[in-house]
Design a protein around this ligand. Sequence first.
Ligand code: DC
Length: 224
Amino acid sequence: MAINIAVDGPAASGKSSLAKALAQKLGYMYLGTGELYRAVGYYMVKNYPQGYKIEDVIASLKNINIQLQFHNGTQNVILNGKAVSAFLDEDDISMAASQVSKIKEVRDFLLDLQRDLAKNNNIVMDGRDIGTVILPNAQVKFFLTASPEVRATRRYNQLKEANKKADYNEILANIIERDKNDTTRELAPLKKADDAIELDNTAYDFNTNLEHMYKLFSEKDVVE
Ligand code: DC
């Protein structure tokens, strides 16, 4: 049986970079599931520039084909034949992803892709509902948290480093709004699985967090 590690947590909690680094350290595959919802959000933003309703999203699913490619540990989402990962990081796409992820048909649409990958590969998968819904039998589950202010600061620094436009107050407001959407939605809301290890990483740097996760995983004595 493949080894599955679930990493859930709110927006900008550091889960993607930590999950990716943990996967690399273990020689496992990494999947950031947020990009799948972002790809659906991207499709909607591009095809409905005037705005869209839930029915439009559901009707669009038949026109959306999502595939994944992996290259040196980096994933690329292929949306209708086009590599789109490089375009999924913008704030309007984040918000669209948060909106479309509330829709049952969208979650069902993306379910098999995630489960099939986990069935056949040792994998670290991050998202909001990996430990609770997608991989309830994952051998190890982490739930990462950090204060909204620390998350906004990290996101602000990331954007600055990438020479992108960044406004701290806007980022903080966006994070707080997404937290609200993600935790209060009816379907697969962001919440800690009963058997997940909760790690509040507000006070720690990246390497300390990574080593901590690695140690906790090693202590679990998981066998393939
Ligand atoms: O992890 P992220 O910020 O890239 O995720 C973008 C949005 O997708 C997030 O606001 C909620 C949604 N999402 C989800 O509902 N379930 C997941 N497993 C991953 C992301």
